[in-house]
Design a protein around this ligand. Sequence first.
Ligand code: XIL
Length: 459
Amino acid sequence: MIKNHSIAGLALCATLLGAGATSAFAADETLRSLAEKNNIYIGAILNSQWFSGQLPGNYEQIHKTQFNIVVAENEMKFDATEPSEGQFNYNNGDKMVKYAKANGMRVRGHALAWHSQVPGWVSQKYGKNKKELLRVLKNHIEKVVGHWKGQIDEWDVVNEAISNNEPQWRTYSVWYEGIGPEFIDSAFVWAHAVDPDAELCYNDYNLEQGINPKAKAGFLLEQVKRWVANGIPIHCVGSQTHVEDTTTDKHFIGSPDSLRSLAKELAKLNIKLKITELDIGFKSGINVSKSDLERQGKTFREYLDIVLEEPNADTYLIWGVSDKWSWLSGLNRQKGLIYDDNLNPKPAFDSIMVRLQTYEPPKDTSSADSCEADSCGDSTNVIRTFTVRAGISMHLAGRTLSIAGVTAAKVEVFDMQGRPVFNARNVKGSVELKNVSEGLYVIRIQEGTKSLMQKITIK
Ligand code: XIL
């Protein structure tokens, strides 16, 4: 584990001094470099204005230095990619994929099946015609996922399909009204068939409001259990986490603790939790003081802690860079991001930076017998390093292991004492972990210098 404690000390001072003091950080320390040391992804959207060249040069400079995962604010949505039936427009999406590749960033695709930003032709032409709507959605998913096959690491396959008020599906949706809830299961199956290597997520908001059956996340958990039991190819839940600062919204009922509970429940199902659209806004019109901004920074840090501490959480993505370009104004909220109107870092930036600097993963006593020379010593770190960095991803359903990002890999499974219990060579696609009894193990997937290592549970 590489950590520079003297710099961390300076960083703490920097926070106490406020946003302007971030120069106390070593020149080469960025959110990105520290996130990479902690084996997580940290990101921000590319705002729509970036695609039309309307942003100042330092926006992109900040974006690519500070972040290692990217998503388009609007440019991969249905209305952007298929504005008229069968006429696909990939230009802006291609531009982002190229940018991500040039800067070594992971790419999220957002979003395939959503009730919003669906072009008018869908309902005008097909109304509630189930057969036609199934055809339209399937074709859209196949074309869009197919176009970026192998270039988009993870997709929001279904976005915001749950109602806000009571735990049930959202009925106000062209897909739900015309097809019924089965559009959801189908969307995952279609996306997986086209790009089996992509991680597929269900994404929604208000998931930080508890996991009891009356809360949105409680309802979602029941669906995830069903999807997993039925073999629907879902790998992650995206929590948008558009929340308000605690003291300006008296109705605020969400909390980082609730979201952490969701992460823990998802871990039992071998599903990841990703924070995908974070912003922590204040009500419009109020005067936001320095101490308000500091409290906001604390909340940003509390959400980051979930991603640092929960083994099945790997992504911390903010819905914007600067308060100047944020969708929150349309929501009667303000100042929800980590850079101010002039692209200067706010206390929230410092708070995240300090946390990334000072975070010490808990010592993990489990180990596989043969960790790589440069990464032995802290097995938690080893496991997560390989999970997110190597370009390899895996999914386990029962004893069927599916692997993406390799052509002919070596797969080894070790028990928690580090004894080998399974190995196979030249694995591509999937392999049965035969004769491995129920329990907790460490798996290692290797191809050349690429290696992924993580804990698995065989049930
Ligand atoms: C928002 C964009 O930021 C806006 O520019 C657009 O006008 C509306 O959509 N949940 C989502 C995102 O999944 O796609 C939304 O993005 C914000 C809420």
